[in-house]
Design a protein around this ligand. Sequence first.
Ligand SMILES: [Zn+2]
Length: 532
Amino acid sequence: MSETRAQTPAGGRRVRSAVAGPGRRTGWDSIYPVINSPTQMSSEEVVRIAQQRGFFFKTAPSYPNTPAGFLDYGPLGVALKGRLVELWRRVIVKRDGMVEIDGSQILPRAVFEASGHLSSFTDPFVKCAKCGSVYRPDKLLEEKTGKAVPEKLSDADYDALMAKAAVRCSKCGASLSGTTRFNMMFRVGIGPAAEEAYLRPETCQSIFVDFPLLYKTQRVKLPIGMAQVGRSFRNEIAPRQGLIRLRELNQAEVEVFFNPKKTDAPRFEWAKTEVLSFRMPDGKDSKMSVAEALASGVVPNLLIGHYLALVTRFYEAAGVPRDLQRLRVLSDEDKAFYSKAAYDLEIKIATGWLELVACNYRGDYDLGGHGRVSGTDFSVDDEGEKVLPHVFELSLGVDRSTYVVIELSMKGEGERRVMALKPYLAPVQACVFPLVNKDGLQEAARAIVTDLNDDFDVFYDESGSIGRRYARADESGAPVCLTVDYDTLKDKTVTLRDRDTRAQERVPVAELAKRLGGLTRFPRSEGQRPRK
Ligand SMILES: [Zn+2]
């Protein structure tokens, strides 16, 4: 079970260096080495800097016994996550002409009866007879044997493997119970009678149950993508720390509804020349164009090729190069039983490959199930033909994606740390400093902040040396710093310093908004265009 998998049958100090850098620099900055051979940080350091700068941290940090699997975003994290979601909306949702909804987080029992979550959204667990500790058998087996254990074994299979490996309680050494199942949905009671309902374990169920109404009212045609960003809740038995496995998580999901007989619309053609990396079920890696993937059967149809290419382009725009991305083709044993084809989009980070998006061809499983349980006909008219649409899903983990963007952006040389975010993802788009805190420089700097803050997120900083302020700005990912000095009072210009090159130039105050606007603009569409 993973964060994004819809398995239902559902992380600057000053250093001395005289390394010369590109562009015109003044003495303030020369104590910093220029980063020309960036190295990737360890996860621990990324998490430390992320917490120090206020990107994210453990929920309720004042209370040491807060359960694992919960996380708070600080000011910079809120802004970064928001911009990443906005990028997703632009690259995927808007370019593809999708519609977006925002569904309720609490849904009635019947929805999860139809989706299969009530019967099957479970994790196996074993319990210590003596100390009561609870474990997942697959995790215990992996720790003991050092080998990966399949996620979908039966309880009897787990018991046999546990007996063979002689696994005992890792805390007290006592014997463990047989494997039983735990439903991972958080149950809630509605009203005084506590009517049975659940916090959604994935956002997509609202899309499925809203589909007939949206199809009618939004005047859309197949194929149509319906998208949603929001929180989901999973009562994980043993969540790891950090943003990787959370009990309360943010998802950005897309459900594409289509007629299975019509999967090669002209607007999908652009994708044919896109080169994607696949990791085959036999462990072999293969780079091929979507056209080649179609010819070899790795991708069943062009519609799916289009969406696989689109999600790859989203991560590219977020700053993840294509050679750090791969699509893991799921084997029949790893797929859900209803799944016709499934891919995990994985990204290589310091600790290995991390699954970020579950891309799943779900057939008519979802609409069929909701049709049966609700007694409503979920089929629609597609140019005179009555069809129960098939679904291709892109289920994206927002928290994991935010973490990956932070980790892959964090560059260092010596003690210098720079979060080299794409400027349009930067939580703070410019930092404004008075050179000294006297003679009216503070006032002039604050006036610039006031002026720019209507359109940008601009941060004012007057504490510490200019060098320290640059260091903080670099760790926060601000693409530029604007320094107000005595010349500013005379000629109305400031020094603009670039985060990545540390090049400096004088820019008229009157041109700052235009410069920032150009620098922080989201990327334009290229290759594929929105429908119509
Ligand atoms: Zn024990």
